[in-house]
Design a protein around this ligand. Structure first.
Ligand code: PLP
Length: 473
C-alpha cells in the first residue's frame, strides 16, 4: 500500500517540468518556449503526454486520487479543476433524473443551483436558522431534514453546506442518521472546511460523520492551486458509476496537471503535517478572536451561537460598532490587508496555514485602528445579511425557470413576478434570488440596500438591481 507521504502525481509533474530532453509536439501550444512564454506559465503542464504518457498508462492521477480517498476514508475520489463547483454539479447529476426531488439547504452555493438546472432536479428547500442579532445563517435543525424527508418520501437525496460560510455547522451526524433511515444519500458541500478532521480540536469531516459524499476546495484554505477541489464519496446509497459519469461529463478534456498536482501535494501535506500546521492556525485564530472581541460592539462569531462552530473561522459582525464594513475594508486595503468578505455588517478575514503571527498581527491592528476610526451609532444588521433568511416561494423548477422566456422589468415593479436570473451578493455566492422563485418587496429592498451600501450583486444582468430579469408573462 502506498504511503500518505508519497506524491505520485506531483512527482510526475516535477519530473516532466525538469526534463530538458522532452521535445513536445502536444498541447499546450506555448511549449514553455524561451522568449515566448510568460513566466506565469512556468508550471503549466498537461496530464496526458506530460505528467503521464499519452495513454495515461502510468495512472499517476488515479494513484493520487486513491491516496486522497484513503486519507478521507472514502471509497472514491476525483480531483476537480473547476473547484467545488465541479464536484457539486457532478453530485447533482448523480442524485436522480429530471423531475426527481432532492432536499436542499437554501444556503446552497450558486454552483449547486446550476447543478439542479443541469440535472433537472426539483429542490425541496430547507432553511437554516438565522441568528436574530447578526442576520447570519446558523445550522439546519436535523428535525427539519427529517420533516422534509417525511413530507417527500420520493426525495432522492439531501444536500447541505457544512460548515456554512460563516463557520456554523448543523448536527451532520444526526442528519446522516436520518438519511440512512430514509435510505437516501447525504451530500455535503464542505467547500470551506477542507481541514476538518485533521486536528483533534476541529470537528470531524462530513464523511466521518456519516455523509455519503463530500466536496471541498483545496484552494480556499489549504495549499491547492486556485480552482482545485476534492470530490470524495462512499459506495452504498450513492451510485458511484453515475457520479463518475456526471464528473466526466462536466470535466475538461485538458485538465492542468499543475492544478491536479497541487491536490496531490496538499493531500500529502495534510496527512503528514496537518495536525502540526492546523495547531498553528487554531492558535492564531484564537488570539485574533480574543483581541478583536475586546473591541466594543464588535461581535466575533463563535460557539456561543448555539451551534457547532469551526474554531479556525473568524467572522466579525459589525453592526454593534456602527462602523461600515465597506469603509473598514477600504481602510485596511490601503494598508495592504485583504479580506475574503466585506459588506456593511460583516467582515470575514480568512486565516489559514499560510499565515503567521506577523500577518495576523497586521490584520488585527489594521482592523482595530479602522474600527475605532469608523465607529458610529450601533444599528440593526440588514442589507446583504438578508440573503441568509430567504424564505423562497417557488413557482417554477430551477430548470423550467432557467429556460423560460424572459423579460427585463424595473425592480420597483417586480414584486410578485417569477425570477428568471440569479442574484447573489458576492462573496459568498449564495443566491438571494434564484430562477423560479417569486420576487418579494422586502427581499428586493434588502438587496437594493446591499448594492447601495457597496456589496457586489453577482450573476444578474443589472448589478445595481434597478432592473431584473423575470419570466415573461
Ligand atoms: C459553499 C460553497 N460551495 C462551493 C463553492 C464553490 O467553490 P469553488 O470556488 O472551489 O468552485 C463556494 C465558493 O465560494 C462556496 O462558498
Amino acid at each position: 500500500m502506498s504511503s500518505q507521504a508519497e506524491m505520485p502525481l506531483a512527482d510526475a509533474v516535477r519530473a516532466f517540468l525538469a526534463d530538458p530532453a522532452i521535445t513536445p509536439f502536444t498541447t499546450p501550444g506555448h511549449k514553455r518556449a524561451p522568449g515566448l512564454t510568460d513566466p506565469l506559465l512556468a508550471a503549466d503542464a498537461p496530464l496526458s503526454a506530460g505528467a503521464d504518457d499519452l495513454h495515461l498508462s502510468g495512472d499517476v492521477l488515479g494513484s493520487a486520487e486513491r491516496l486522497a480517498a484513503g486519507l478521507w476514508g472514502a471509497d472514491w475520489c476525483r480531483f476537480c479543476v473547476n473547484g467545488s463547483t465541479h464536484g457539486n454539479q457532478a453530485l447533482a447529476l448523480a442524485a436522480g433524473r429530471p423531475g426527481d426531488r432532492v432536499v436542499v439547504c437554501r444556503g446552497l452555493h450558486k454552483s449547486l443551483f446550476a447543478g439542479l438546472v443541469l440535472a433537472g432536479l426539483e429542490p425541496v428547500w430547507v432553511r437554516p436558522d438565522v441568528d436574530p442579532e447578526t442576520g447570519l445563517a446558523l445550522g439546519v435543525p436535523a428535525e427539519r431534514i427529517a420533516a422534509a424527508l417525511e413530507a417527500h418520501p420520493d426525495a432522492r437525496g439531501v444536500f447541505l453546506v457544512e460548515p456554512n460560510f460563516v463557520g456554523v455547522s448543523s448536527d451532520v451526524a444526526a442528519i446522516a442518521a436520518t438519511c440512512r433511515t430514509a435510505g437516501v444519500p447525504l451530500a455535503v458541500d464542505q467547500a470551506w472546511g477542507a481541514y476538518l478532521g485533521f486536528h483533534p480540536a476541529l470537528p470531524p469531516h462530513a464523511l466521518a460523520l456519516g455523509a455519503d459524499a463530500l466536496v471541498t476546495s483545496a484552494h480556499k484554505t489549504l495549499t491547492g492551486f486556485t480552482q482545485s477541489a476534492y470530490l470524495l464519496a462512499r459506495a452504498g446509497r450513492l451510485d458511484l458509476d453515475r457520479l463518475r459519469e456526471g464528473f466526466d461529463a462536466l470535466n475538461t478534456t485538458s485538465p492542468s496537471a499543475g492544478i491536479l498536482a497541487s491536490l496531490d501535494s496538499t493531500r500529502a501535506l495534510l496527512a503528514v503535517r496537518g495536525e502540526e500546521l492546523l495547531a498553528g492556525v487554531l492558535a492564531l485564530v484564537a488570539r485574533a478572536r480574543a483581541e478583536l472581541a475586546a473591541i466594543e460592539g464588535l461581535r466575533v462569531l463563535g460557539p456561543d451561537c448555539g451551534w457547532a462552530y469551526d474554531p479556525a473561522k473568524l467572522v466579525l459582525a459589525l453592526a454593534g460598532t456602527g462602523a461600515d464594513g465597506i469603509a473598514v475594508e477600504r481602510d485596511i486595503w490601503a494598508e495592504g490587508v485583504r479580506v475574503e468578505l466585506a459588506n456593511r455588517d460583516t467582515l470575514v478575514p480568512l486565516i489559514t496555514i499560510g499565515d503567521s503571527e506577523e500577518s495576523v498581527g497586521r490584520l488585527v491592528s489594521a482592523l482595530t485602528r479602522s474600527l475605532e476610526r469608523r465607529r458610529g451609532e450601533p444599528r440593526a444588521a440588514g442589507g446583504a445579511s438578508a440573503v441568509w433568511g430567504v424564505e423562497p416561494e417557488v413557482a417554477l423548477s430551477p430548470r423550467e425557470a432557467f429556460f423560460a422566456p424572459r423579460e427585463t422589468v424595473r425592480a420597483a415593479v417586480a414584486a410578485g413576478r417569477i425570477a428568471a436570473e440569479t442574484v447573489a451578493p458576492y462573496p459568498p455566492g449564495i443566491p438571494a434570488i434564484a430562477p423560479g422563485e417569486v420576487l418579494s418587496t422586502p427581499l428586493l429592498e434588502a438587496l437594493a440596500d446591499a448594492a447601495a451600501t457597496g456589496t457586489r450583486l453577482a450573476y444578474c444582468a443589472d448589478s445595481s438591481l434597478a432592473t431584473i430579469r423575470v419570466v415573461a408573462r
